[in-house]
Design a protein around this ligand. Structure first.
Ligand SMILES: [Zn+2]
Length: 482
């Protein structure tokens, strides 16, 4: 079976065909850096990191672009309210650039903890103001956008006949009707801002043909994806809450400029609920990532997320945490019981041979890969890995070669593809055992010396010597020399 991806455009799982064979261009909407990352960020970026890892595993050459929104994302969705970063700059009494940089650093630190690979290109909106102004100019020239006497530039959604094709919404649905506040210089409430005029107090602003101002949120993604991935690219990702209006607006902007399809596959991860309720800053129930790391550790969080299929709602609750704990312990156990054998198999003078494969383990591996091919079904993937953990328990201490092989397969599937890493708490590799044995002999001899039982202490030293091992007393204590 080839790789299938659920495309939000068609609401169907489709066979994946890249534009250029063996290559993938992927754009994922990055964070707006105005606050500490929460579990919702973790879900989106772990999901797309897993896609990225799986594409790499399958041998694709991937150009993965992710933006950093450091300007222009307003508090209100209808082009009203303050810029989120400016608002934070005022409360934290920092320069807005310092706010953006602080939270961008925090974001990347958290992603590193979660073993999320860095995108090929990470680009900031503020680094692309020239290109953004060019794109807005082009939209005005082509008649898709209008400039108001207040100095704002809006996209006229009625000019783009296919507006709504991703979300399935139509203008008759009264798209902006639910928003009470609508900027009064818009021709239609559904129109969205490409460029906003900055007033005197606004902190982040740039000169433009329409006066000093700053870009709207949606335009940065159209501009940066085109710059790094071209007019049409393979995959565009983001959270489900980005389908409308953000991605709908991106399509309208990009396709109006190029006259070509923007993206072939739109991929969206579902959202996180907290005890069955929507999570949101305004609801006061956001789960801060650093708090979670402190409580459970970052790998637990990663497992919690990949345990669920990315298109299902993930509920954050005690029951779910308990369930994850059990799975985590089983994987930890697999890693611990297989550790000595994989270390041995990878050592220079190894006696175990992991090139010999086992049909039952290979069958599990195939089922795991089939699940990944089926729209990245990590939930099934985790179930298969649990079977592998059971198999490791069965082979425990009997079939050492098989244990090494199980571990090799686990590292490939859980490690390389799902990005999970487990620490070995109790190292029982031959080297570690040898060190423990040395330390024990030295401790025993020291104890006899301390009690002035020199005869026994010397007997230990002489016996070692007879066997070709010298015990040397140094300033730092005794040492064994082989
Ligand atoms: Zn975006």
């Amino acid at each position: 079976m080839g790789l299938k991806i659920y495309n939000t455009f068609t609401r169907n799982k489709e066979d994946f065909k890249p534009i250029t064979e063996g290559n993938i261009g992927m754009y994922v909407c990055g964070p707006t850096v105005y606050g500490p990352p929460h579990v919702g960020h973790a879900r989106s970026y772990i999901v797309f990191d897993t896609w990225y890892r799986y594409f790499l595993y399958k041998g694709f050459k991937v150009k993965y672009v992710q933006n950093i929104t450091d300007v222009g994302h307003l508090v209100g969705d209808a082009d009203e309210g303050e810029d989120k970063i400016q608002k934070k700059a005022i409360t934290e009494q920092l320069d807005p650039v310092a706010v953006a940089y602080k939270y961008e650093t925090m974001y990347f630190d958290c992603m590193h903890e979660l073993n999320v690979l860095k995108p090929t290109i990470s680009c900031r909106a503020t680094g692309h103001i020239i290109e953004i102004i060019e794109a807005v100019k082009e939209l005005v020239e082509k008649g898709y956008a209008y400039v108001t006497k207040e100095g704002n530039v809006y996209y006229d959604v009625r000019k783009f006949k296919e507006y709504g094709k991703l979300s399935g919404r139509t203008l008759d649905d009264n798209i902006s009707g639910e928003r009470i506040e609508v900027a009064d210089d818009k021709q239609n409430p559904e129109d969205f801002a490409l460029w906003k005029k900055a007033d005197r107090t606004h902190l982040m602003k740039w000169p433009s043909p329409w006066g000093e101002g700053y870009p709207g949120w949606h335009i940065e993604c159209s501009v940066m994806s085109r710059k790094y991935l071209g007019d049409t690219f393979d995959i565009h990702g983001g959270g489900m809450d980005n389908v409308f209006p953000h991605h709908e607006c991106e399509i309208a902007q990009s396709e109006a400029i190029t006259g070509k399809p923007f993206v072939n596959y739109f991929v969206h991860n579902n959202l996180i609920t907290v005890n069955g309720q929507k999570m949101g800053k305004s609801l006061g129930n956001t789960v801060d990532l650093n708090d979670l790391f402190e409580k459970y550790g970052p790998m637990f969080v990663r497992l919690y997320i990949v345990k669920n299929h990315y298109r299902s709602v993930l509920d954050f609750s005690e029951d779910q945490l308990e369930e994850t704990k059990k799975t985590y312990e089983k994987f930890q156990n697999l890693v611990e019981i297989t550790e000595p054998y994989i270390v041995e198999a990878n050592s220079v003078r190894h006696t175990l041979n992991i090139t010999e494969s086992y049909d039952d383990i290979d069958a599990m591996k195939n089922r795991f890969l089939e699940a990944m091919d089926d729209d990245l079904n990590t939930a099934v993937g985790i179930a298969v890995l649990l079977e592998l953990a059971k198999e490791a328990n069965k082979a425990k201490e009997q079939d050492t070669n098989k244990l090494a092989y199980i571990r090799k397969v686990f590292d490939e599937l859980a490690g390389d593809i799902l990005g999970l890493q487990f620490e070995v708490k109790n190292d029982s590799s031959p080297n570690a055992n040898m060190e423990k044995l040395e330390k024990s002999i030295i401790d025993i001899r020291n104890e006899f010396k301390k009690n002035k039982q020199y005869e026994i202490a010397d007997f230990i030293r002489d016996t070692l010597k007879e066997n070709g091992i010298n015990m040397i007393d140094t300033k730092e204590g005794a040492k064994l020399e082989f």
